[in-house]
Design a protein around this ligand. Sequence first.
Ligand code: ATP
Length: 239
Amino acid sequence: MIPRDHPRYRSLTVREALAAAARSGLVSLEGLAAHGRGEAFDYLIGERTTESAAAAERLAAKLIISAKRPVISVNGNCAALAAQEIANLQKVTGAAVEVNLFHRTEDRMRQVTDHLVAHGVKVLTGTCERLVPLAHDRGLCLPEGIGSADLILVALEDGDRCEALRKMGRIVIAIDLNPLSRTARLATLTIVDELTRALPAITAFCETERAGDLSEVADPIDNKKFLADALREMRERLI
Ligand code: ATP
């Protein structure tokens, strides 16, 4: 039992929930390691949404509401950490939600889907095809989902799928606490913030922003600046 007044209460309860999710199979053991990398970068950024990340979240909202076929791509960690936040973002934007797993088995696909559905998410299902040119299972997706999306929101992503999606001409918004990751560097727009802070912020901005022409909104995005801002924030805290 973690005492409520413990200074790391939130971090410890999230770890406890993720460990339970790993025991049940919802989260992979590798997903726990990925969470640890995220925690380290969150520590460096001060466990808060920076001004620059908030600007990226606002831009992300504008992109999502401007997209014709936005898809939120969800893996085990995302589902375990933020099923309710995903449901809320879907409600406001009408975006499709598709499960996409690196450590993919039919059982885990069903488990992640059921967990999302239990939190009110409408999850796309159907027969996946290898529409993203990758040798591993993250290349499998639904023709009516990621296969035909103009914009894909990803979190806790690996860089090679992000790169492949960008080569296919898709707009990729990444939520990634590590501004040095390949995903962060290759995405159209990277939000360097923790998933459960970023999603509600994007949802709130979706309610106030107005849609524009997607390519016109996306073209001038200077992702390198958002990454440089995050690295500067981290450096300042280290000095
Ligand atoms: P790449 O191939 O892009 O270099 P990687 O090898 O770091 O990525 P993974 O380990 O698959 O990729 O992804 C985990 C990423 O997600 C890490 O960069 C980590 O910082 C980030 N991350 C982990 N937990 C969270 C979280 N809760 N919120 C936001 N980002 C997170």
